[in-house]
Design a protein. Structure first.
Length: 119
């Protein structure tokens, strides 16, 4: 939800279906196609690809933005894995406030059924 609001604040119309492969391109986010490739390499632990993409990114967007992007992708991936592995479910407020976004992106298809409090 915050990503969608951040994009609006930056004057971008982000299509978050990009993160689950439902649309191609940049998702309405500057360098979005590149950032998705980077996030996928981080999530899949493809460190050679991460290193290559990091080198490409310096000319594309600079060192600090790509460092921030790698940090966010790594942190999100780790936090999600910890939550899933320990059985932490979405709280009722998060579950209800993210329902439309989760439906749009079909992100629920990637999570274990146990994640949802009604399961």
């Amino acid at each position: 939800m915050a990503l969608r609001e951040s994009a609006k604040h930056a004057g971008q119309d982000a299509d978050l279906r990009l993160v689950t492969g439902l649309v191609d391109g940049d998702g309405g986010v500057e360098h979005g196609d590149f950032l998705v490739r980077m996030a996928e390499a981080v999530a899949r632990w493809q460190w050679n690809d991460v290193a290559r993409l990091r080198e490409e990114s310096v000319a594309l967007m600079g060192e600090q933005p790509i460092s921030d992007a790698i940090l966010v992708a790594s942190g999100f991936n780790g936090i999600t894995r910890v939550a899933d592995a320990t059985g932490i479910r979405l709280d009722k407020i998060t579950e209800s406030t993210t329902a439309d976004l989760r439906s749009l992106t079909k992100i629920d298809d990637f999570a274990p059924a146990e994640k949802w409090s009604g399961s």
